[in-house]
Design a protein. Structure first.
Length: 302
């Protein structure tokens, strides 16, 4: 793309404008860092390896030898950081002659652009939660009705409803029950508490009624809201691409939704010695993904 030049932005070179409206607004706060595990990559790529624990201790007959057990090796998940970058270039003449500070604002826009890329990439495991091509350590999607387990003879586990449902009081109740019934790869109980409902703006008022009111929503006899005692937090995400998508998540560090950062955004500005043009750039490398599905329950919605 050619640099920003005087002919293309001649309106900004003459002192006859009262005000120039730049369509940016206030900078939105970062959301992904309150949802995912943000991890600095020590090298690139990195690989996670799944391994089970041991099974339940069996009976031992008098004078009989011990039964033996050993962990089971599971799948792997590779994370390779993807580079992203953007530049904006101004001719020397345009940069020095622009009168309203718009070009300086465009340099600041690189921060907004960079932040948006971070959010879009970080949210990709959630937005692709039901996609067959986005898989974890067990080889299936993040939300699935049939997560296989490593232990012999164990039934597969669902972390989404059999039929997609809307975010509702009953849906959250079922999610809480799911966490209570969690087992590990060998069938032993897995202690993992839900911490947060992640929703789209469409469910903002529903979340306030379901999780914030002492009375049971949408009933006339003032029943007690059984979910209040669970102290489940909630958060609106503005980067979920489906308006009906919702999740119930364990806390950060317990779930396995990861955002690996190899290079934090690096901002530079320099003058091209051949043209004296002003060039501003941003560069960053990162990758998002998940290993195990435990700690995540949700639905694509109805």
């Amino acid at each position: 793309m050619p640099p920003v030049s005087r002919p293309g932005f001649s309106e900004l070179m003459a002192p006859d404008l009262y005000r120039v409206f730049v369509d940016t607004g206030e900078e939105a706060p970062i959301e992904f860092s309150s949802i995912l595990n943000v991890i600095d990559m020590p090298y690139n790529p990195v690989t996670d390896q799944q391994i089970s624990g041991l099974g339940t201790t069996p009976t031992k007959g008098e004078g009989e030898p011990f039964d033996e057990d050993q962990p089971i090796i599971g799948g792997t998940r590779d994370y390779t950081a993807v580079p992203y970058g953007l530049a904006i270039e101004f001719t020397y003449e345009a940069w020095t002659d622009e009168l309203y500070g718009v070009f300086k604002e465009m340099v600041r826009e690189l921060r907004r652009s960079s932040d948006n890329r971070l959010e879009v990439d970080a949210h990709s495991p959630l937005n692709n939660a039901t996609a067959a091509g986005s898989t974890g350590l067990d080889g299936v999607s993040l939300l699935n009705v049939s997560h296989p387990r490593l232990g012999s003879g164990l039934t597969a586990v669902a972390n989404q409803p059999a039929v997609a449902v809307q975010f509702s009081f009953t849906a959250v109740q079922n999610a809480m029950q799911h966490f209570h019934n969690l087992e590990d790869e060998r069938g032993l109980p897995r202690l993992m508490a839900p911490s947060m409902a992640l929703i789209t703006p469409e469910f903002y008022h529903d979340a306030r009624e379901i999780l914030g009111s002492t009375g049971k929503p949408l009933v006339a006899n003032n029943e007690i809201n059984s979910l209040v005692a669970d102290d489940l937090g909630w958060m609106v995400s503005h980067y979920l691409t489906s308006s009906t998508l919702w999740f119930i998540l364990a806390r950060q560090g317990v779930h396995d939704l990861n955002f690996f950062v190899r290079d934090q955004p690096m901002f530079d500005m320099f003058d091209d010695p051949r043209t004296k043009n002003a060039v501003a750039t941003v560069y960053q490398r990162h990758i998002a993904g998940f290993g195990t599905w435990r700690g995540v329950y949700g639905s694509a919605g109805a």
